[in-house]
Design a protein around this ligand. Structure first.
Ligand code: MRU
Ligand code: ZN
Length: 204
């Protein structure tokens, strides 16, 4: 998997614009990354507005999340690195702060269990609505290294996983490319909204 920085930066900026228009990355929230090769990951600079990204708002870190240009990478870089280290086929990671994910994560007191949805087929390996996808919910934690370790430990014993919620915060999902990860964002958003409505929450 090799792609050049400009290409990755453009794809991440486009994703940010779309997610902002959908209200999923308000007020500088969210972060995005794309793996260029084994040693380099393009990731959003910390604190930038994700709806108005340019190439200057994307930087490079190494495979351990260390800045390669002296700038401060996303405060949540360790969560991206955990995904790239675990899934060799992950080429992009997206982290939206959507209203649906934030609300649903506060209502759940255990993992979200999804089944009997045709839209499960948006995820790799899912070929029928008669499938089951578990989406764990982790408590929010300002200690991102500790949170990344908790996510990693959960994945040690998990079945198929394509994303997770962080309580009162948002969600993470990934894919082989930015386009794949965007498809997963859209699918999760749809499923989160359905689950909220099933719980009687009125959402737009
Ligand atoms: C605007 S608060 C959101 C942040 O605390 C964080 O959760 C976030 O998603 C963005 O942080 P960043 O360091 O810009 O990647
Ligand atoms: Zn966040």
């Amino acid at each position: 998997m090799t792609q050049d920085f400009e290409q990755a930066a453009r794809a991440l900026a486009d994703a940010g614009r779309q997610l902002y228009q959908l209200g999923m990355v308000p007020a500088t929230s969210g972060n995005f990354s794309a793996r260029l090769d084994a040693e380099r990951i393009a990731i959003t600079v910390s604190g930038r507005h994700k709806g108005h990204l340019s190439a200057d708002d994307i930087m490079l870190v190494d495979g351990l999340g260390q800045s390669l240009d002296g700038r401060r990478a996303s405060a949540e870089t360790a969560l991206h690195i955990q995904i790239y280290q675990r899934f060799g086929d992950a080429g992009a990671v997206l982290h939206p702060h959507s209203v649906h994910a934030t609300l649903l994560s506060r209502l759940l007191d255990g993992p979200l269990e999804l089944s009997d949805y045709e839209l499960l087929k948006a995820f790799p390996g899912f070929t029928t609505h008669e499938s089951h996808l578990t989406v764990p919910v982790f408590n929010n934690d300002q200690d991102i290294d500790r949170l990344a370790a908790e996510v990693d430990a959960w994945m040690d014993s998990a079945g198929p996983i394509h994303g997770y919620l962080i309580r009162g915060h948002g969600f993470y999902t990934w894919g082989g490319s930015v386009a794949d990860a965007m498809r997963h964002v859209e699918a999760f958003e749809f499923l989160f909204k359905c689950e909220l409505m099933l719980q009687g929450v009125s959402v737009q």
